[in-house]
Design a protein around this ligand. Sequence first.
Ligand code: FES
Ligand SMILES: [Fe+2]
Length: 463
Amino acid sequence: MTEGARELPHAVVDPARIPVERYFDEAFFRLECERLWPRVWQMACRLEQIPEVGDWVEYHNLGRSVIVVRTQAGVRAYHNACRHRGVPLVPEGSHGNARGQGFICPFHGWRWNLEGENTFVYGRHLFSQRQLDPADIALPACRVEEALGCAFINFDDQAPSLRECLGEVVDRLEAHGAANMRAEWWYATELPANWKIAMEAFMEGYHVMRTHPQLQRALPALYNQRYGHDTGGIGLPVNPNQTVRQNIAAQVRHFELLSEGMAGMVHAKEVEIIRQLADVPLPDDPETAIPQWFGIVQAEITRRLRERGEPVPDLNEVAVSHPVNAVEFLFPHYFLLPTFTSMSAYRIRPLAPERCLFEIWSLTHFPPGQEPPPVMAPRVLPHDSEAFPPIPRQDYSNIPAQQRGCHAGGFRFMRLAEQVEGLISNYQRIIDGYLRGVEPARLAAATRKLGGNFDGPVLELGL
Ligand code: FES
Ligand SMILES: [Fe+2]
């Protein structure tokens, strides 16, 4: 533990015990606003939202707003405030195309082109020359990088690059085709919970048994091997007491349940292919047959979707070259759930110490030229809406309750299982690194360790 740790209120001192004040304390929240969020890579938009030159979307978090725009030279981002008297050039949550007129301030009508250069000042003669220095009235650029089919922004000009911060997880997800996926739908909801409570509900599979009992019931071997009495099992879950066909029926049911309303997690088109493979000839021994069946499933999903013209990766090849976890977390607020060729994506933004905005995308591939129009805005629902698919609805049922529980008498810390809830500790301690002002290269080195850490152990982070 370094010197500075003592000065940080509610720091994680015991890596398996997360102080509860971190989830509601106003001063701690303020520290995050000042020292964490302005220095990290944030998922700002999906690139399909800005396909043409001039297309732009606004992204904001904790009062800071940027315009992400496609220019001739690529994607750029600008801080969203007029250089005259500070009015945002575009409203929160808006999007449009600025190719013709550029960005026009709604207050006195100053204008900028896509490159951020000022092109018009109404009544120029009213200003002294130094007030209109072209470099000074250009829109200040914000860091932006493209990865995984998204634009990521960073308010910190000194921050290491996105890839240096996130590491190989980006390459692994790109090998799985993340860069050429498109959103089918996009939901948003406001949760009465600290942003970290919301994140942590997706950092382990240990909650499946009670929160998503339908999944546990469908494939008890999977969850029991990982979290239950039946420990030590690795690889594909097989129930040796059942026949091969019974094992396969359980797998199919499990995929159907993961797919129900979730599209991207396991897509209906993938479930349809899987169902058709329930009867393929296989050896009698389940331990041999089930891995073989999985290989066939992955090969057939690849083959049939490619036949339709979808640019999907070879699933059996990438399973070996770039294996991914059930959840892949990109510090601090974006994560993807890759199963076969489709993915669910989640983004969380803090709104207040005990409120956050939670978004879910369903992503999949389409044959080039047959993509649906880009989804430009989320469908916003109350967090307890019946319209949410069953899995997020089950997760959302715990999150606000857990936030209330944080205020209960005698509850002092989150008590983590060191071997499977380690990701919660690891990302929380990286947050502390930011709050303590640890140097960027060390923070990046620690953050890279989070790739593949879902259901993983508490790690030594070198902070
Ligand atoms: S504040 Fe933008 S033109 Fe005056
Ligand atoms: Fe869950």
